[in-house]
Write a protein that binds this ligand. Structure first.
Ligand SMILES: C[S@@+](CC[C@H](N)C(=O)[O-])C[C@H]1O[C@@H](n2cnc3c(N)ncnc32)[C@H](O)[C@@H]1O
Length: 272
């Protein structure tokens, strides 16, 4: 039953979606305390790159997840700027952006207390990084606080994505940037496009990256299967395989046959 949940959760009532995802991420963050995994995205393998992203040896194991962050962060200027990540999960992506893209300050925000606690513990040595608890649909910041906002594979959980996009626009400074990546069912693409169609947000980058995400899912398949076999109780293994997008899971097959897509967009805030 749980295995079917992830696809169906892309398109259920806002209140149910919000509650179900919150329950799931609280559970996952508790489990993360044991495994030390600090990413929860499907990963990204860039095509046609001559030079692979240079990473420190300790970051190599997370290359595929990091590449999704690097792709998202690279759509806008970040160096020396004040950046917010909404839906920072276990904080691995925020830590990568803080260390490699050199913002003056990066705040990772997530609505799961367990994820925030875990992130603070795992990334306590990164000086320009902090984590706070908060809701994407009602951001706990003044207007015009950030130069850039990043959002990686999180918005499919939100009950009201419209409220989230308006909140991002509100907390961005004039001329600030917003870079977003996430999956959507094929039937939800038009609605998603219209939610982002705010007068204050000028589209500067728009790409479908499903192929690059499938490539990453293929590359990490064996590692995920071993991790699930070693760490997840048998009764939950099928749900975890679906969530993790291993080969032949519903979401993997949906990406392959075009019933789900992985989208990337970036915007610059314009003064109206
Ligand atoms: C698939 S995980 C991705 C985490 C991280 N971005 C990464 O790539 O590793 C989605 C994250 O979004 C968070 N999330 C879901 N709904 C949220 C909301 N309304 N406000 C803040 N965070 C939320 C979840 O707690 C979870 O940590």
């Amino acid at each position: 039953m749980l295995a079917k949940l992830f696809i169906s959760l892309l398109n259920v009532s806002p209140a149910l979606k919000r509650a179900a995802w919150k329950w799931w991420y609280q559970r996952l963050a508790h489990r993360g305390m044991e495994t030390g995994w600090s990413f929860m995205n499907y990963g990204f393998t860039p095509r046609n790159v001559e030079l692979p992203l240079e990473l420190l040896p300790q970051d190599e194991a997370n290359r595929l997840f990091i590449q999704l962050y690097d792709y998202t962060a690279s759509q806008m200027p970040i160096e020396g700027l004040k950046v917010l990540e909404v839906g920072s999960g276990r904080g691995g992506g925020a830590s990568f952006v803080a260390r490699y893209h050199n913002p003056s300050e990066l705040i990772g925000l997530d609505y799961s207390e367990s994820a925030i606690e875990l992130s603070r513990r795992l990334h306590k040595d990164v000086p320009n990084l902090q984590f706070i608890k908060g809701d994407a649909e009602s951001l706990p910041f003044e207007d015009h606080t950030f130069d850039a906002v990043i959002n990686v594979e999180s918005s499919h959980c939100y009950g009201n994505v419209d409220a989230f996009v308006k909140e991002v626009s509100r907390v961005l400074k004039p001329d600030g940037y917003f870079s977003w990546v996430d999956l959507r069912g094929k039937d939800m693409v038009d609605e998603t496009e219209s939610i982002f169609n705010l007068a204050a947000l000028n589209l500067i980058h728009n790409e479908t990256i499903t192929k690059e995400v499938i490539q990453a899912l293929d590359e990490i398949h064996e590692r995920k299967m071993a991790m699930i076999a070693d760490n997840v109780p048998k009764v939950l293994q099928s749900a975890f395989k679906d969530f993790a997008g291993v080969k032949d899971s519903q979401i993997y097959n949906a990406f392959q046959d075009g019933n789900a897509v992985y989208l990337a967009k970036a915007f610059q805030k314009v003064t109206l």
